[in-house]
Design a protein around this ligand. Sequence first.
Ligand code: NAI
Length: 699
Amino acid sequence: MTAQYKVHGNVAIITLDNPPVNGLGLATRQGITDGLAKANQDETVTAIVITGAGKAFSGGADIKEFGSPKALQEPNLLSVILAVENSSKPVVAAMHSVAMGGGLELALGCHYRIAAPGCSIALPEVKLGLVPGAGGTQRLPRVLGVEAALNMMVSGEPVKSELLAQLPGQKLFDKLSVSPESLAAEAMAFAQSVAAIRPLPLVRNLPCKHPLGDAYFGFAGNMVKGMSKNYPAPMKCVEAVIAATKQKFDAGMRIERDLFINLMLTPESKALRHIFVADRAASKIPDVPADTPQRAIESIAVIGAGTMGGGIAMNFLNAGIAVKMLEMKQEALDRGVATIRKNYEAQVKKGKLKQDKYDQRMSLLSTTLSYDDLKDADMVIEAVFEEMGVKEAVFKELDRVMKPGAILASNTSTLDLNKIANFTKRPQDVIGTHFFSPANVMKLLEVVRGEKTAKDVLATVMALGKKIKKTSVVSGVCDGFIGNRMIEQYGRQGGFLLDEGCTPAQVDKAMENFGFAMGPFRMGDLAGNDIGWAIRKRRVVEKPNMKYSKTADLLCEKGRFGQKTGAGWYDYIAGKRDAVPNAEVVAMIEAHRQSLGITPRKISDEEIVQRLVYALVNEAAHILEEGIATKASDIDMVYLMGYGFPIYRGGPMNYADQIGLFNVVQSMNKFAQNPLDDAAFWKPAPLLTKLVAEGKTFN
Ligand code: NAI
């Protein structure tokens, strides 16, 4: 049963009971309409209260039903709300903790609403690329006023009940309870006090106007349009609210419905809904059940206080977990601590961090030069130089000193984690935690599962990732793991494009217009072109026949490593991030092209985007096939959270699915015909061929 029905005296109470947030799935909706019918038939009942069990009134739609026919099956939410409105006995919504989306729309259909203080109220549909679809756009402006309601819809952000209750003239709440604890009793008393009042008040009958009318909507429309560029839903919220002020209620409801259905079909909403599901799916590992026991992690040791070590430490300090950093020399420790201090102080200065929080975080940080001091730590994360010999020495020391059961993690970005694990006598306790730079900022964490990594270690690190607010994605062991293995192919295509006729600026612009935060060359300048250079030097030994453009090597030979040297593919002025095209670099590319005997051709933005994105897709298909990633949606999360892939396109795999894998493969076959490209690479991955043959998608 996901909704309970009880009668107390002459008040019937319908309690939504569908953990974790009382999502309005089919069984719960049915429970509400059944309860209403029972209460209306029961002569002893004079009023009805709807409330939620546990941690919410209701969080809205049941995500388990997302996009499935069940979501529309009768009684759908619109029918439930109509049944509430049509109840011959008054219905009181008793809201606490969370009333969002469909949950708030249900409450708005009730005759009265009483809320506990601290209840988060929101219409967050815009975050899924939608407008509220069960009357929210028509009813909320009637109780909160047009401006407050539109703000809530466009932002999707929750507002606390006690704040909304202060809005002049608000009719969202008839009453605020004294405390969350007293809500139930107060709601029952309130229901009894209004039991005899007729006619029953309905939100739909309230007027809806803005005193400035068109002038206000003109202004609001411009603001929203400017802010919501690639996302259609916020502007549709404006349209829906305009309808609320200009149309009769039922006509407004029809307009809302049309807007909702049309948005459901947009690629942007599909992408956002995909991400919503993908984000939750990332923490689910097929062979590691959710109830796998976890190891307690209350203290962390970090080896290496460099670029990554410091950022990694900050994540744990932020989460209130004690960190001990180890270095070889006191100077290195001092430098590392000073950087952390500087980062926090900048936040304090900007008002983003309170002084006492800052003090508290710094007090959790300690340092040492001796491995013996680490023996009590529950987990250690190594972030020393990227050299196997150094890693070997460190892990042997860790094996010697760490207590049994401690988790030993490496932040290596390219080395074989299985080898590192085997430097210890406890490879089951070894795991990779691949943070992205800057580690205290970037949301992505690739959790690298070695062949011997124990399941409880994996489960513990995934949970820890959540605690430090990362999107954690599991990757198997391979060169580059998921993200960097794919980016190498993307970068290689970028090089071919230069050889064939593009400038770095043209390629970057095409990718930025596609929606990437940064094109490949600006990204190279940010990350440091020397990193790719080092990888290519390794590759030419491993794969002497590998085809690649030498332009990036030529650039590095000039010492143009990127932002850190003030010059890369572009020039940089100290203290600024603007990338200024450099004529010398363009001339270098042209000279190289000439030396290869290539006549440049004009390359369309469409070709640029396709070659770069499909390079990601084809490599990703291999990654999936090899089991390095367990789900296509994990790969999407890696690219969305770690590489600036446009959110509204939902990640490379989702994008390929939307284009159609058949079309993607057709393009790959065409690229393979280009003598200046790498035909071998463009052979579609077997998985891709198989999916096309079966008419399937990645997700
Ligand atoms: P870094 O050079 O900034 O810092 C390394 C630190 O380790 C230095 O402070 C050094 O003194 C210390 N160190 C070296 N050997 C040590 C030892 N035996 N014992 C104790 N401390 C030692 O390097 P960075 O960039 O922080 O990289 C660290 C690790 O993180 C590497 O494995 C790297 O591949 C990986 N990584 C780096 C990323 C980046 O963008 N910089 C991104 C993701 C991973």
